[in-house]
Design a protein around this ligand. Structure first.
Ligand code: AHM
Ligand code: MG
Length: 334
């Protein structure tokens, strides 16, 4: 695929490469792309249309929702409901599985999403994004239940995120590498700008919320301590640190120039299993990172191997440049 090729063209070309394809997946991806364009436009307009600030409601996880969390969720859900490619939906902002109306035509796919990740950053005009994961719906099931969504990350058909930063960029994988498409706002079209993204295997940059340092477990403490000692320590190099508090922005930086991102387990959040959600944050990002040549683990295990036990399950997340994540994996096994 040539730089500048439209995302629509790339999707159709991909479909043509599979003569037996029904076109259902292409239509679903097209709807996801349309939803992200609308969300991008809302994020960009911000308080010109009075949509910043809190909605004074809570989601299932007890987090206060922003107005834009709710708007983005409605846009994504409504856009996918207009098509006939999904059998059910699930989102960070909805307590339960979203079922289709009784007489609606059911599609082959399930889609699970975080409509606006990093929403603590909305009001301060810092990068946010949409994360999504596409799964296969079970055959012959009229109304997929939560149980039908609980598939390990290895079964994802596609995963992606759309980052709303200085540019709006859609990053996608269908299990054959990772490509990035930048939205040309003038013509409303995503164009291929980042073909075959690969994460450098080595890095001198880590991202972690340092305010949680006193709560971390020994392997993470050891790793970060060694990074902080720098050249004089066992790592023999000086490290830089970043923390945007938008996972989409951290993963995008890692895909661009390498790095390691950690939201590990700690004593403060141990009871809830971690901070980030498995189905619509950790799994799609893990698929993208692995497809780009990186690694994604919880500490002791590979994220995509986890058999989920509930829709809004949380897990520890460590991902990024292969050689650094490997060190963290070794420290967890030691
Ligand atoms: P959200 O989905 O409610 O926005 O929360 C997820 C975000 C991630 O994007 C980010 O990595 C993390 O929460 C930041 O957490 P903290 O505020 O503890 O730094
Ligand atoms: Mg999120």
């Amino acid at each position: 695929m040539q730089i500048g090729t439209s995302l629509t063209h790339c999707l159709i070309e991909k479909q043509q490469a599979h003569p037996d394809a029904s076109g259902e997946f292409t239509l679903l991806m097209n709807d996801i792309v349309s939803a992200c364009k609308v969300i991008s436009s809302y994020v960009n307009k911000g308080n010109l249309i009075g949509i910043l600030g809190s909605a004074e409601t809570e989601n299932v996880q007890g987090e206060t929702q922003k107005k834009l969390d709710i708007i983005s969720n409605d846009v994504f859900t409504d856009t996918l409901m207009q098509g006939t490619q999904v059998a059910a939906l699930a989102s960070e902002e909805m307590d339960d599985v979203y079922h289709l109306p009784a007489n609606a035509k059911r599609g082959k796919y399930l889609c699970v999403y975080d409509p606006l990740d990093g929403s603590s950053n909305i009001d301060v005009n810092v990068t946010v994004g949409t994360i999504f994961s596409v799964l296969r719906a079970p055959e012959g099931v009229e109304n997929p239940s939560e149980q039908d969504f609980l598939q390990p990350g290895t079964t994802q058909v596609a995963a992606g995120y759309c980052i709303y930063g200085p540019s709006t960029i859609m990053v996608l994988t269908t299990g054959e590498g990772v490509n990035g498409f930048t939205l040309d706002m003038d013509i409303g079209e995503f164009k291929l700008t980042h073909p075959n993204i690969t994460i450098p295997e080595d890095t001198k940059e880590f991202a972690i919320n340092m305010s949680n340092q006193r709560f971390w477990d020994a392997p993470v403490k050891r790793y970060i301590d060694e990074c902080l000692i720098g050249k004089e320590g066992p790592r023999g190099k000086d490290f830089n640190m970043r923390w945007v508090a938008s996972m989409v922005a951290e993963v995008h930086r890692i895909l661009t120039r390498g790095g390691v991102f950690l939201y590990p387990i700690d004593s403060k959040i141990r009871a809830q299993g971690g901070k980030l959600r498995l189905m619509y944050e950790a799994n799609p990002m893990a698929m993208i990172v692995e497809q780009a040549g990186g690694m994604a683990i919880t500490g002791p295990e590979r994220i995509m191997d986890i058999k989920p036990h509930k829709l809004h399950q949380r897990v520890p997340v460590i991902l990024g440049s292969k050689n650094e994540v490997q060190i963290l994996s070794d420290y967890h096994k030691a």
